[in-house]
Ligand binder design. Structure first.
Ligand code: ADP
Ligand code: MG
Length: 824
């Protein structure tokens, strides 16, 4: 018997929906009884629910009533009544699943149902959005509903800015100035980070949640921690967050020593290296490997005999990085140079990622390549992958228009099942087959012609490209045809929400990178919507989405398509591709070319061919598989770190909370290992008094724990690159990494005890006498972005923190006196 996975998944969805439909009937039957509620009754209902939960009822029990109440609230406040399919989506989210709902189906509103229900538990519910703006927008829109229901709403934005929803708060002049596009500080009252987290419901980006978690594990007192439980999260655009963004971990770091000369030197060497002679490029893997000739060349340039033995892995790594920066990373595609800085372009959205930096020296190598100022390297003081962060939540759920093609990954990595929710209205969008050209030039000419044709009859066109460079190139072709258009690329992304919102206007032509303005609804006829204009655009066929290149992932192509045909509106989509596109060049173009030759098709002639489209999709599937494996790989490595991180952070938490038992346990461990310890510890205890002794010891443990952990993270990073080199010796790198990693971790535990003991021995009577009363100086708030690092204050008063005398050994373990090291 042959199993068809797809039909199994399909069955799971339909079984789920069949069950959920019964609940929908219950919710619908309650509707009438809620019609008579006064506005003041809503918070009372909320209080009732909470009490029932307290008395032992469970959430599933009160779901129908709670959903019916939210629907009633939304009807009154937003004039939007949750459709039945939206209720089903809400049930799927509450069940900890991914609800696949097409763009425009109203996922923002869907989320209110499970969010309200779960917030009744009083443990906080997190809604995760892809950017700060959407966090604010959704909090303000849906905040009105939650507010009527009597729940509080917080927002966590980047730069440590937080808000509480407050219907009485009006926008100040200052806030108007910082407003990016339209929305909206109206109703958002600035508050502390912790207040935003202690609201019933919190809206924020994945980055902020992850960073706050890491920051919470760097604070020096419990009062500075901002997050509470990781109870329930609803992740909007879940594929973007849990898959696309999950390729790189979040890192918090501090700057380390200057090594810009180093990078300049290696870049000079890399520039004289010749492709295919000195190094080879693997385009699929985006990797390079140096040849013997290349190594010899480098050795000559550096004036050394054998780089491996004389300088070691670190030098080879730097050399490879420099070559990679030149051979693989392309200006205006992978990054742009803006105001003397290298700014990363997100490969999926085409957006600039200011402040974000590539790790492992790549960023510095590109800075050297472009001759801009080389920023200092940084030391990581904490890092986590999104995979491991989001696994903390007791219940996790997500929604997106495009999950199904990644259902295997969602299930394997996060244990999340995808439920495909039917659309509210029948989709009447026309997806045309690909048109294929032999050359890129032919393709662009054809696109310009097509757009002209569509534009003539007033049909709005949204053109999606995969890079900024292509955006500008295409714009030239459109100008030649005299077509008025707007370019929307990473260079003016502040306005993108506003521009995208108008993409459905009659005669609009917009060129945008892939998913610019994600999460913004495109209404036919423009926004706000006027009936006549809507009808006019509808009559010419709705929004035409024109893709200019297939993306590496089918999912991203589907997202682009999904911009058209919302809520049963008419619309069309089509991809124009050429054999010169990256995807084709790397995967399988040769075969197609010979085929076309065999068919005798002239070069400039477009072809619509099922076989070629299939080959393209095959290539995409191959690349998707490759990326999946690489994320799995990242995760396997992070899993090793995760166990260590959890154990370190747990100890930290206990020390922060001044868990006396834990401190004593730690001291016992020291005593168990060294005979002389007991006597010395007891002496100190008597000398400075029990309370002071414990408090100082606590601070010492905390400090040494952090310092060693930071060193350990770095060591593990090096280990990771070196096991990959060792893999040539036929050993499985991950197994080596696990083995060595564990060994290093144990060693760290040993040094931790030794260093703590040595500091205890050096506890100085007079200084210690006050240690218990010293308030640790408050550290600057850490400001960081995904994979990037901004400087943060690392200058907390260590002597106050750990009770170190100026002539004592520095607690960082350098072996220098404190006054000559961190105390300098
Ligand atoms: P999605 O996130 O699924 O793409 P949005 O949440 O942005 O969709 O909603 C798209 C549009 O649909 C919004 O303008 C919203 O106001 C509208 N909408 C959603 N649900 C309803 C409803 N039940 N009744 C009327 N309008 C709705
Ligand atoms: Mg949305």
């Amino acid at each position: 018997m042959a199993f068809n996975l797809k039909s199994i998944f399909g069955d799971a969805s339909s079984r789920f929906i069949k069950e959920a439909n019964k609940t929908v009937l219950k919710i619908n039957s309650l509707e009438e009884s809620f019609l008579n509620l006064q506005n003041e009754d809503f918070p009372k209902k909320t209080a009732d629910f909470k009490e029932r939960l307290n008395k032992g009822e469970n959430l599933d029990n009160i779901l129908p009533e709670a959903f019916a109440l939210v629907r009633e609230a939304s009807k009154r406040i937003l004039n939007e009544r949750h459709y039945d399919v939206q209720l089903i989506g809400g049930i799927a989210l509450h069940s900890g699943k991914i609800a696949e709902m097409k763009t425009g189906e109203g996922k923002t509103l869907v989320a209110t149902l499970p969010v309200y229900l779960n917030a009744l538990m009083g443990k906080g519910v997190h809604v995760v959005t892809v950017n700060d703006y959407l966090a604010r927008r959704d909090a303000v829109l849906m905040g009105q509903v939650y507010n009527l229901l009597g729940l509080s709403i917080g927002v966590v934005n980047s730069q440590n800015i937080s808000y509480l929803y407050d219907p009485k708060h009006t926008e100040t002049e200052e806030e108007k100035k910082i407003s990016e596009f339209k929305i909206q500080y109206e109703f958002l009252k600035p508050c502390s980070r912790r207040e935003a987290y202690y609201a019933d419901i919190t809206y924020g980006t994945n980055n902020e949640y992850g960073f706050d978690y890491l920051r919470d594990n760097l604070v020096t007192s419990v009062n500075e921690m901002v997050q509470r439980d990781h109870f329930f999260a609803v992740v909007d655009e879940v594929d973007s967050i849990l898959i696309d963004e999950a390729r790189t971990p979040l890192i918090i770091s501090s700057p380390s020593e200057d090594s810009s000369d180093f990078y300049t030197k290696f870049t000079q060497i890399a520039k004289i290296m010749k492709r295919d002679i000195d190094f080879k490029v693997d385009e699929k893997l985006k990797a390079i490997s140096l040849t013997d000739e290349g190594i010899t060349k480098a050795e000559n340039e550096l004036g050394i005999q054998n780089i491996y033995t004389e300088k070691g892995i670190k030098y080879v790594h730097h050399l490879e990085t420099a070559v990679k920066a030149i051979a693989i990373f392309e200006k205006d595609k992978d990054y742009v140079v803006k105001d003397g800085e290298i700014v990363i372009v997100d490969p999926f959205t085409g957006r600039l990622q200011p402040g974000r930096r590539w790790s492992e020296g790549i960023h510095q190598a590109i800075e050297a390549k472009e001759g801009v100022k080389i920023q200092r390297e940084t030391r990581s003081s904490g890092s986590i992958t999104f995979q491991n962060y989001f696994r903390f939540y007791k219940k996790l759920s997500g929604m997106t228009g495009t999950a199904e093609t990644s259902s295997e990954e969602f299930f394997k990595v996060y244990g999340l099942e995808v439920i495909v929710i039917p659309t509210h209205r029948k989709v009447s969008r026309l997806d045309h087959g690909d048109v294929i050209f032999q050359t890129e030039k032919g393709k662009f000419q054809a696109i310009a012609k097509k757009v002209k044709e569509l534009n003539k009859k007033g049909q709005p066109v949204l053109i999606g490209t995969i890079s900024i460079e292509k955006n500008e190139l295409l714009s030239i072709y459109l100008k030649q045809e005299g077509i008025q258009h707007t370019i929307l690329n990473a260079k003016n992304h502040e306005k993108e929400g506003e521009i995208i919102a108008q993409a459905g206007k009659k005669g609009a032509v917009i060129i945008a990178t892939n998913m610019a303005g994600r999460g913004i609804d495109i209404k036919l006829g423009g926004n706000p919507q006027i009936k006549e204009e809507y009808e006019a655009v509808k009559n010419v066929g709705g929004l035409f989405v024109l893709g200019t290149e297939r993306h590496e992932a089918r999912r991203i192509d589907n997202q682009l398509r999904g911009r058209s045909g919302r809520q049963g509106d008419p619309g069309e989509t089509q991809f124009f591709v050429s054999l010169e596109d990256d995807l084709m060049r790397v995967f399988g173009a040769e075969r197609i070319k010979t085929m076309m030759g065999r068919f005798g098709i002239p070069e400039d002639q477009p072809i619509e061919n099922k076989f070629i489209s299939r080959t393209l999709e095959g290539a995409q599937a191959k690349i998707e598989g490759f990326h999946f494996d690489s994320r799995k790989n990242t995760l396997e490595y992070d899993d090793v770190m995760n166990r260590q991180r959890t154990s370190i952070y747990e100890r930290r938490q206990k020390m922060l909370k001044a868990d006396k038992e834990e401190i004593e346990k730690f001291l016992e461990q020291i005593i168990a290992e060294r005979e002389d310890a007991e006597k010395i510890i007891e002496e100190k205890r008597n000398q400075i008094g029990e309370a002071n002794f414990l408090e100082t010891t606590r601070r010492i443990i905390l400090y040494v724990n952090d310092a060693l952990w930071m060193e350990h993270i770095e060591a593990m990073d090096y280990l990771r690159s070196s096991v990959n080199l060792r893999a040539y010796g036929q050993r499985e790198p991950i197994i080596e990494y696990k083995k060595e990693g564990l060994k290093m971790f144990k060693e760290m535990e040993v040094s931790l005890k030794e260093q703590v003991f040595s500091l205890i021995q050096n506890m100085n009577e007079t200084e210690q006498a006050q240690a218990g009363n010293i308030e640790i100086e408050k550290t600057e708030p850490l400001v960081v972005n995904h994979s990037e690092v901004k400087e943060f204050s690392d200058t907390k008063d260590l002597s106050a923190a750990a009770g170190v005398g100026r002539n004592d050994l520095c607690p960082c373990g350098s072996g220098k006196k404190y006054k000559k090291c961190h105390g300098a």
